[in-house]
Design a protein around this ligand. Structure first.
Ligand code: CA
Ligand code: CA
Length: 276
């Protein structure tokens, strides 16, 4: 492992020429031009995590070309990565995607191009899944203003509809959560992420309403800034549900104080976990 990591550091710090001078072996190169979302669903895969014969080569922002050492055949395992909680400096392997395995004939100096295929694992489950293509489940009004609510909108990127909520000068607060209190017991041994597509011209917050019995705890987790184009958030919520000891939860959308007039659009709200 030390060998691979030091190779990567050398290449990124002093360039490929020095790298070739320093080692007897000539690597082959693997290019990952793009992530290919197998079912054309909404995903934001930014990185590939690469392993050769079980050793980590590193994680790379796509598109990228990286060297691989070996002889005979090399087993290359690639895993799709995302940025955790929308933080650029927090790349992680997303625990819900299948890995790609390639058996390569090792040919020094040659470059192989491989698309990263992105597909959910077979045991992925959705505790919540809302695409706004029919009646939606974002109707729980916690703010006592029935005017501020999510309505179906045709301004969608995926499918025909998304959800939209609008703030005006007179109606400038919202706190809306998903209908039904979802149980947490099925999530307890798994990573749990909220996936959310959003666009916004105001700052807003996303969080959970955690329930112990019927007692709600409102918890904002992340503040999302304005986005002119649709963006996607992967938000880790399993630890928050677990630490709170909640036996049920809803997903919560809240306006930020004094944010002014504007709208928030949301789509493809999924709470993802692995069936054990
Ligand atoms: Ca949709
Ligand atoms: Ca409301």
């Amino acid at each position: 492992m030390i060998k691979y990591i030091s190779l990567f550091v050398l290449i990124t710090s002093i360039g490929a020429c020095s790298f070739f001078d320093s080692f007897d072996e000539t690597p082959m190169f693997v290019t990952i031009p793009q992530a290919n979302i197998v079912d054309n669903s909404s995903q934001k895969v930014s990185d590939v995590w690469a392993f050769a014969d079980g050793f980590s080569i590193g994680n790379f922002e796509i598109p990228e070309t990286f060297p691989v050492l070996g002889e005979g055949q090399v087993t290359l395992n690639l895993f799709p990565g995302i940025r955790n909680n929308g933080i650029q400096s927090a790349p992680i392997q997303y625990p819900f995607f299948k890995g790609n395995e390639h058996i390569l004939d090792f040919k020094p100096g040659e470059t192989v191009s491989l698309d990263l295929e992105v597909e959910y694992l077979d045991n992925v489950k959705f505790s919540i899944s809302e695409d706004f293509e029919g009646n939606h489940i974002l109707n729980t009004d916690n703010d006592n203003d029935p005017i501020t609510k999510f309505v179906s909108s045709t301004e969608a990127k995926f499918g025909d509809f998304c959800g939209k909520i609008t703030l005006t000068a007179d109606n400038n607060v919202f706190s809306q959560s998903t209908d039904f209190i979802r149980p947490t017991d099925e999530l307890s041994n798994s990573d749990v992420f909220l996936e959310l597509d959003y666009r916004s011209d105001v700052v807003f917050q996303v969080g959970i309403v955690g329930f112990i019995g019927n007692l709600p705890t409102f918890q904002n987790i992340i503040l999302l800034r304005e986005r002119e184009e649709w963006d996607k958030l992967y938000l880790e919520i399993g630890s928050i549900l677990s630490i709170g000891g909640f036996d049920g939860y809803q997903i919560l959308f809240t306006s930020f104080p004094d944010t002014g007039a504007g709208s928030v659009w949301v789509d493809n709200i999924k709470v993802v976990y692995l069936e054990q």
